[in-house]
Design a protein around this ligand. Structure first.
Ligand code: SF4
Length: 358
């Protein structure tokens, strides 16, 4: 990780809601996290916890009926871009305040922040060659001719380990295997040298051997380019392999955050502890039932009051956890937890009014 103390991205109190006829879904409901240059931040949680909507909000790609309703997304652009854009005195831009379709946001997407989607088959156009799509991405952000962009594309395909890159530039996405398609998607995302790469479950749809190769490749590219990565996954095993810092999400809120070693060796939040208990160990005797988290994720229209995890929590404190939403509190200089077991409210300290709507 870089020694640069200034964060690349700081997300504060981010709220993204979906306004449907049936009601409002609070998909992201007050999320805080930061990403430093060269750092890999893993966002982990079950399906529906809001991790993908969080990164779509950062890229301003949330579509109606979804809307970013509150919060700030402060991003520090490269010095080259900074000369062209109106920055705050601290050298950042608030992406939440920008027009999602405006020129600055269009330049940031793909140029400064790039996305690797979960399923490259759906992301690549099936009627254009891989090369044409990479060339288009490069020329959208860089003032270079087609020949130069084509040569850069060949270099990028070679860099991500695609054999015969010049020939592959003329291939269509459906002619490549799943692993090669994912590598081509990484090459396209890296085409313009982004400062921040967002990888949204990039290894979910591929076999475990290819998954291990892609994780090794991403880590190598991250170190080579000193790029920051936000890695979205539901798989704690993947997080352990790639992340420096972990953000655990549940029902649109951050439950726990900290360095990967602290989260795995000293998990504090009941939800994190339950997730880790449910991972099979090599020492687990065969035919042993793994512990599971009781109950299931509530329906999005039927969100519980207070702590969102309380209907499933073994440490639930009646009258407190079902009334007040816990805010993040530090449990070490680098780790925060959102749980009343740590907020002091159990020990007779005054309870501020943080009642959340049901
Ligand atoms: Fe469990 Fe209460 Fe902590 Fe929520 S606040 S995780 S219900 S102990």
């Amino acid at each position: 990780m870089s020694n640069d103390p200034a964060p690349l991205l700081v997300v504060r109190d981010l709220k993204t809601y979906f306004f449907l006829d049936e009601g409002t879904v609070r998909a992201v409901d007050g999320v805080d996290f930061a990403v430093h240059p060269g750092q890999v931040v893993g966002i982990v949680g079950e399906s529906g916890c809001g991790k993908s909507v969080t990164v779509k909000s950062v890229m301003r790609l949330v579509q109606r009926p979804g809307r970013l309703v509150a919060g700030t997304i402060r991003f520090r652009p490269s010095s080259q871009s900074a000369q062209r854009w109106p920055l705050a005195p601290d050298g950042t831009l608030d992406l939440a305040a920008l027009d999602p379709q405006g020129p600055i946001m269009r330049a940031i997407r793909g140029g400064e922040i790039a996305l690797i989607p979960q399923e490259p088959m759906a992301a690549f156009s099936p009627v254009h060659t891989i090369g044409n799509q990479i060339v288009e991405a490069i020329r959208l952000h860089q003032d270079v001719d087609r020949q130069t962009a084509w040569e850069w594309g060949v270099e990028r395909l070679a860099e991500v380990g695609i054999p015969s890159p010049a020939q592959r530039m003329r291939a269509y996405s459906w002619e490549l295997s799943g692993g090669l398609r994912q590598r081509a998607m990484i090459a396209m995302a890296l085409a313009c040298g982004p400062r921040l790469l967002i990888a949204d479950e990039p290894t979910t749809a591929i076999d475990v051997t290819t998954q291990a190769q892609i994780l090794t490749l991403l880590r190598a590219l991250q170190e080579q380019h000193n790029m920051a990565i936000i890695f979205i996954t539901h798989d704690l095993g993947v997080i352990a392999q790639i992340a420096d810092h972990v953000v655990v999400m549940y029902l649109g809120r951050v439950m726990e955050a900290g360095p990967v070693e602290e989260i795995f060796l000293r998990p504090q939040h009941p939800y994190t502890r339950a997730l880790l208990r449910s991972i099979p160990s090599i020492h687990t005797p065969s035919r042993t039932l793994l512990p599971t988290i009781q109950g299931s994720i509530p329906h999005p229209f039927n969100r519980p009051a207070g702590c969102p995890f309380h209907p499933r929590c073994g440490d639930f404190v009646p009258g407190l956890c079902d009334r007040n939403t816990p805010e993040p509190v530090p449990v070490s200089p680098t780790q925060t937890v959102s749980c009343h077991l740590y907020t002091g409210e159990l020990h007779g300290e005054p309870i501020p009014d943080r009642s959340s709507p049901a």
